[in-house]
Design a protein around this ligand. Structure first.
Ligand code: NAI
Length: 335
């Protein structure tokens, strides 16, 4: 029989945790042949909610679910872990300055990085979902010096999937036929959703948009004034319409990210925030979103893409924001 994969989920008693756990235990993360052990991490106030979810997991009788335990101690929760889904974070509350937010999250992701360094499995892979996701991943990686930096990532797959959804509707192509969309930069309003290399059903997306919207100028206007802001601000739109934040879609994107990382990308690129190797003038060491492929279980930044002046500008703006966050956490002693 196959040895179970150990998966640590932080913030498991929260909303995204509740949407994630059952899909993971059902086999959607690693496929129908891989049993999973779940190690749930919560703060003391969240432990009962995580324990309740664990009871329901038992009641689902998932054949692939080998074991679940609940911890309020990071060392215990990351011991032996192969996959860490870092969802729990400190949200920004009224009156909180950016510095306060960074300090509060540094107090979470620094110790979690240390716990990963101390006890995780040699092949550990981490995805940070909790915001500010890119900078939280940077902090965790900095506290895990023995873990290769390329094992730390942050989630921008939700932004990527949102872009696919918008394009499918506007171009009139099934979502599965759209390839090579990219999210660049920070998981924030400055992110750059880029369709310049994208195809739908084998045809260039910019050309299809021009044909559909009345010419290249109209297509460009749609991209700049509608598509980019709608993708970047979709989280706020969901809150306004649903009355609550994106939960199921965030969990779904987290599953897609880890699934493709472990099992490989099959339909062109996807997007993930990874530690920059200096590609595309993104300073080395910054956790930035790029177009990526997963080859042999490792993310590889898609090399050699031509970027026009507009794209270079948009990427530079978002990367400047990431450098700013990095400088702020460095000044606060969190790196
Ligand atoms: P939530 O508030 O329902 O759940 C968060 C859970 O984390 C709570 O149960 C809390 O007790 C727990 N927690 C807090 N500190 C912890 C710690 N130190 N260790 C373990 N658990 C801890 O929030 P929700 O809706 O589940 O969202 C979680 C995070 O995901 C938020 O930071 C949110 O901004 C972020 N998010 C990121 C997205 C992305 O695309 N990267 C998309 C949507 C949400």
């Amino acid at each position: 029989s196959v040895k179970p994969v150990t998966i640590t989920i932080t913030g498991a008693g929260g909303q995204i945790g509740y949407a994630l756990l059952f899909r993971i235990a059902a086999g959607e993360l690693l496929g129908p042949d891989t049993p999973v052990r779940l190690q749930l991490l919560e703060i003391p106030q969240g432990v009962r909610a995580a324990e309740g979810a664990a009871l329901e997991l038992q009641d689902c009788a998932f054949p692939l679910l080998a074991h679940v335990d609940v911890h309020d101690d990071a060392e215990a929760a990351f011991r032996g872990t192969n996959l860490g889904l870092l969802v729990g974070a400190r949200p920004r509350t009224a009156g909180m300055e950016r510095g306060d937010l960074l300090v509060a999250n540094g107090g979470i992701f620094g110790p979690q990085g240390e716990a990963i360094n101390a006890g995780a499995a040699d092949d550990v892979r981490i995805v940070v979902v909790g915001n500010p996701a890119n900078t939280n991943a940077l902090i965790a990686a900095a506290h895990a010096p023995d873990v290769p930096a390329d094992r730390f990532t942050a989630l921008t797959r939700l932004d990527h999937n949102r872009a696919l959804g918008q394009l499918a509707t506007t171009v009139g192509t099934p979502v599965g036929e759209i390839r090579d969309v990219a999210i660049w930069g920070n998981h924030s309003a400055t992110q750059f959703p880029d369709v310049s290399h994208a195809t739908a059903g084998g045809q260039s997306v910019p050309a299809l948009l021009a044909a559909r919207l009345g010419g290249p100028d109209a297509a460009r206007e749609w991209l700049v004034d509608h598509f980019i802001p709608r993708v970047a601000k979709r989280g706020a739109e969901i809150i306004e319409v649903r009355g609550s934040s994106s939960v199921a879609s965030a969990a779904s994107a987290t599953i897609d990210h880890v699934h493709d990382w472990v099992l490989g990308t099959t339909n062109g690129w996807t997007s993930a925030a990874v530690v920059s190797d200096g590609s595309y003038d993104v300073p080395e060491g910054i956790v930035s979103s790029f177009p990526v492929e997963s080859v042999d279980g490792a993310w590889r930044i898609v090399p050699g893409l031509e970027l026009d002046a507009f794209a270079r500008h948009r990427i530079a703006v978002s990367v400047a924001e990431l450098e700013d966050e990095r400088d702020a956490v460095r000044a606060l002693g969190l790196l």
